[in-house]
Design a protein around this ligand. Structure first.
Ligand code: GLY
Length: 248
């Protein structure tokens, strides 16, 4: 300890999550998304698994996604194949778009959470046949179709998350959101109690997602929805997508 130091670049820029589907050779990009990692508004507080996301990313022109994938994801897919371990499935690259170009922060062999809660509601194509083609190693689908809508998700977390928190609080208002158009609640850390009520059972408890004709409309709807939901100690960020809306 203390005999070696590690010097890291401080990367400044905008984060972007790029998720692709691949059969080990062909790469099919999913829509872009932007996560919000910090626990509190204005990117303050500790890092979390993700407190909310929106799609498409506004800081980035989706038409340049192909180029970005060639620079970042393609070398990974080709490298894995060359080493005799071709990867089939979802590959998720966490990128930082800096003034010197894109940098890869991390790769995950899974869907992103909460990115997926804003990517899949925008998907017009049927996911299952594509997944089947990937499992069989023959990705024939050339492009995916997307709804021309924006999507935002806001995570409601247990008080204290990402530190220690209490569980078992009944969650109220879910049925009100279930009746809303273009809004959906994804359950993450929930469970039933002995009275068969839905209760909090984790750090990130639910993700409330809404679609809209544009980011502002999705933003209005998602906050209208999440404001209906309550459980003791539950909290959420009030600025998901806000910076992107300000530059619209
Ligand atoms: N959104 C961060 C993750 O899925 O790792």
């Amino acid at each position: 300890s203390g005999s070696r130091i590690l010097i890291e670049d401080c990367l400044e820029g905008e984060e972007l999550s790029v998720l692709v589907l691949t059969d080990g050779e062909t790469i099919l990009p999913l829509a872009s998304a932007r996560d919000h990692k910090r626990a509190y508004d204005h990117d303050r507080g500790p890092n979390t698994g993700g407190m909310g996301a929106y799609s498409p990313s506004q800081q980035f022109d989706e038409s340049s996604l192909g180029d970005l994938i060639q620079k970042t994801v393609r070398p990974m897919v080709e490298g894995l194949a060359k080493e005799g371990t071709p990867y089939r499935g979802v590959l998720y690259a966490g990128l930082m778009l800096t003034k010197n170009g894109p940098y890869v922060l991390e790769y995950n062999c899974r869907f992103g959470d909460p990115e997926t809660e804003v990517i899949l509601p925008r998907m017009k194509s049927d996911l299952l046949p594509v997944m089947m083609q990937i499992a069989e190693g023959k990705l024939k689908t050339q492009t995916l179709e997307w709804h021309d809508k924006a999507c935002i998700t806001v995570v409601m977390a247990s008080g204290g998350y990402p530190g220690s928190y209490q569980k078992g609080f009944p969650i109220r208002g879910l049925e009100t959101v279930a009746a809303m158009k273009d809004a959906v609640v994804f359950h993450a850390g929930t469970s039933f109690n002995a009275k068969k009520e839905i209760v909090s059972a984790g750090g990130r408890v639910i993700a409330v997602t809404a679609l809209g004709d544009n980011l502002r409309a999705a933003h209005d709807r998602v906050y209208q929805a999440i404001n209906q939901i309550h459980f003791e100690g539950g909290f959420f960020r009030r600025d998901i997508g806000q910076k992107a809306i300000e530059v619209l």
